[in-house]
Design a binder for this molecule. Structure first.
Ligand SMILES: Nc1ncnc2c1ncn2[C@@H]1O[C@H](COP(=O)(O)OP(=O)(O)OP(=O)(O)O)[C@@H](O)[C@H]1O
Ligand SMILES: [Mg+2]
Length: 322
């Protein structure tokens, strides 16, 4: 029997007065999945997370989180989720430890020794243990961000919403967050809804994602599916000592070639093909036979960034849900 999705939205919508921030959003996230929520500024990502975390009510549609209806079972949803919001509010006058203690108690972690151990584990993980007695007002932006993530994980939630978790973090700290998300999803089956503008984070962590624009779903699927939506096939990139007309004409005459681009100054030929496995050897052979001196051969796919930009641009102004 298929298991209940960790998160499911059906036609979810949010209006602020007459302005529609999220419109008819439908998607499903399975348990243990890291699902990306991508889109330009103002697309409606944070608003979606706020609805799913029961911080604001939807204007229309429905959603369930951990099997609980966000409209009917808000307290159950809150128990089961951890949320890093866009501008997390910490108690600036309290110390890091006191902040953690406060939220641990709010989440009902009654046993003091267990609570202390959990707080220590998280503060150590985020390199904040030595600063535990300092007031948060003295923390840097990145330190506050790490403390906010630690706070979101205090009750060991199985579903975690992270709104731009690596914003403001140095490269090493950003990597430790990515590693944490990977470990919790793979080893402990935690589910993540990850909002990010760092497409390399999405590419590495998310198996599936939804791209939203102006509140509407533009495309949903695996990275491979999103790439296929904008450009099928691969590009064989051949670096030559010199790009020669005879070589180019020879390649153009081959079967199954969709397009040939050349750049004489860099010596690069970019050959678009549908199925690179069957074509690459023949292309390279023909280039060599035509006198081309091959320096390197690379088979490329359009990056997630290219796919993302094209999908957002393609839907600009059309406002059509796919
Ligand atoms: N409380 C509010 N009242 C009025 N409008 C709001 C409110 N919250 C969000 N909006 C509007 O809803 C739209 C979506 O905002 P949202 O914060 O969800 O975007 P986002 O995708 O998270 O963008 P970003 O990448 O910049 O964080 C924006 O036009 C924003 O101005
Ligand atoms: Mg946002």
């Amino acid at each position: 029997m298929p298991s209940t999705p960790a998160i499911e939205t059906i036609g979810l919508a949010k209006r602020f007065n007459s302005f529609t921030a999220v419109n008819d959003l439908t998607f499903k996230v399975s348990e243990g999945e890291v699902f990306g929520l991508l889109g330009p500024n103002g697309a409606g990502k944070t608003t979606t997370i706020r609805m799913l975390a029961c911080l604001i009510p939807p204007s229309n549609g429905s959603a369930s989180v951990a099997g609980y209806d966000i409209a009917k079972d808000a307290s159950k949803v809150r128990e089961n989720v951890g949320v890093l919001t866009e501008n997390p509010s910490l108690y600036e006058r309290l110390t890091a430890y006191e902040n953690m203690e406060f939220f641990a108690q709010a989440y009902g972690l009654a046993d003091q020794s267990k609570r202390n151990a959990r707080i220590r584990e998280l503060l150590e993980f985020f390199d904040l243990w030595s600063r535990r007695s300092d007031r948060v007002v003295t923390f840097s932006k990145g330190m506050k961000q790490k403390l906010a993530i630690a706070r979101a994980l205090i009750h060991n939630p199985h579903i975690i919403f992270l709104d731009e978790p690596t914003a403001g973090l140095d490269p090493e700290s950003a990597k430790s967050i990515r590693d944490l998300v990977e470990r919790l999803s793979q080893q402990e089956k935690h589910t993540f809804l990850l909002c990010t503008h760092r497409l390399e984070d999405a590419e590495r962590l998310c198996r599936r994602m939804i791209i939203i624009n102006k509140g509407r779903g533009v495309a949903v699927g695996t990275i491979e599916e999103l790439r296929n939506r904008v450009e099928r096939g691969h590009v064989i990139e051949i670096a030559l000592k010199e790009v020669d007309r005879k070589v180019v004409e020879t390649v153009k005459r081959l079967n199954h070639i969709l397009n040939v681009d050349t750049n004489c100054s860099s010596g690069l030929m970019r050959i678009s093909v549908e199925d690179h496995d069957s074509v690459t050897p023949e292309v390279v052979r023909s280039v060599v036979n035509a006198g081309g001196q091959v320096l390197s051969v690379n088979v490329l796919r359009p990056s997630l960034e290219e796919a993302y930009l094209k999908l957002v641009k393609k839907e600009e102004g059309r406002g059509q849900l796919v």
